[in-house]
Design a protein around this ligand. Structure first.
Ligand SMILES: [Zn+2]
Ligand SMILES: [Zn+2]
Length: 392
């Protein structure tokens, strides 16, 4: 992979690593990416892009046209950091206590900037429109959805869109592609059970939300085992169950929070409707009532066959067959690029961050994680090749 990097991108490597370190030292949480967005926008302006700021609050789009073709392509990176306190002691470690780029979005932003710089140079030959999309709030609030709702693809039409995520555990610079339903939908469901509190010694004069809640938790276990067809992927996990403050007091309320994951929209719909039914009927059978709220939803991420094949073949052509690993499986994690893929065809793929614990192998969202700078030029070269291959 590394010897097939575009020479002009290799020449910018030192500058881009310094940029990545700057972003890593100055992490900003979801929808607070003000300085990051400003830096991205001003660099794009310097390189000659038409820049639109503040789409999806802190999102930035850079647009560039060469030639007369109507072909168009969108490349997307995410910019936000996480509320995690970094435990690394690199010279470029986070300078903000309690915030760090623990998912490598500093690296994704840098990869797309490195590609954007080359794409704007006379060395890059393409014919059409390129839109580089820097989105906020991937980790929370669904920044991709915010941009889509503000007319991203009406304002910046794209034939196809691409994005990548670094992946610890995959050798540095190797690509992973998957056609079809690749990442799970994620819904958070909150169930509030309303009972009638009283003295623990007189339970007959109460409606106990703790017992009701326990019955709801057990009832929910039957959804995946009894309602979902065997072979389909589905998860219903109760992550929190809060109620009561004293051993001799039966409380009024209990609250549960669930994460719900599925690989198909119809399974997602089934899970949500069964959760509502089971919570409601179970609560009523105990004389209680309940309120079920569904929020923070990310849809299933679906890669289109056409553009996944296009990207995979291009990766093999550019970097060799060895550069693409075949054992990629769908994952139960979620990703808000799914909102963009609901609107435009395209592909979301993985780029290995390294498989050695000392370099790139530490999993994302861990306080000891770091993005591997060696893969910046590989990712940037591939983004540039996607542009040159599609827009011609
Ligand atoms: Zn993340
Ligand atoms: Zn991420």
């Amino acid at each position: 992979m590394f010897d097939s990097v575009i020479p002009a991108i290799k020449d910018s490597e030192t500058e881009m690593i310094a940029l990545r370190h700057h972003l890593h030292m100055n992490p900003e949480l979801s929808l607070e990416e003000f300085k990051t967005a400003d830096l991205v926008a001003s660099l794009l302006e310097t390189w000659g892009y038409n820049v639109t700021r503040e789409i999806g609050k802190t999102g930035v789009v850079g647009s560039l046209k060469k030639g007369n073709s109507v072909k168009s392509i969108g490349l997307r990176a995410d910019m936000d950091a996480l509320p995690i306190h970094e435990t690394n002691s690199f010279p470029w470690s986070s300078t903000v206590p309690g915030k760090m780029h623990a998912c490598g979005h500093d690296g994704h932003t840098t990869i797309l900037l490195a590609a954007a710089k080359y794409i704007a140079s006379p060395d890059c030959l393409f014919d059409g429109h390129v839109h580089v999309i820097f989105q906020p709030a991937e980790e929370a609030y669904g920044g991709a959805d915010l941009m889509v709702k503000e007319g991203l693809f009406e304002r910046f039409p794209c034939d196809c869109i691409f994005a990548l995520h670094n992946m610890p555990g995959i050798p540095a610079g190797k690509f992973g592609f998957y056609s079809g339903n690749f990442m799970a939908s994620a819904d958070t469901v909150k169930i509030t059970i309303n009972g009638y509190g009283g003295h623990g010694a007189y339970p007959n004069r109460t409606v106990d939300p703790v017992v009701t809640g326990a019955a709801v938790v057990m009832a929910l276990q039957s959804i995946v085992s009894r309602n979902v067809p065997p072979g389909e992927t589905a998860v219903v996990s109760v992550g929190t169950f809060h109620s009561g403050i004293a051993s001799n007091v039966i409380p009024d309320h209990a609250s549960l929070e669930l994460t719900v994951r599925a690989m198909k929209q119809e399974i997602r719909d089934l899970l949500i409707s069964r959760i509502k039914e089971l919570a409601d009927f179970t609560a009523r059978s105990y004389g209680a009532s309940c309120v079920v709220e569904v929020y923070d939803s990310y849809p299933v991420l679906i890669n289109t066959d056409e553009y996944t094949r296009f990207a995979q073949e291009l990766a093999i052509k550019t970097f060799g067959a060895d550069a693409v690993i075949d054992e990629i499986h769908p994952v139960n994690g979620s990703e808000d690029f799914a909102f963009m893929l609901q609107k435009r065809p395209g592909s979301y793929f993985l780029l290995g961050n390294g498989d050695k614990e000392a370099k790139g192998g530490c999993m994302v969202h861990n306080p000891g994680y770091d993005f591997n700078d060696e893969i910046i030029s590989v990712g940037a070269s591939f983004f540039a090749r996607l542009v040159e291959s599609h827009c011609r």
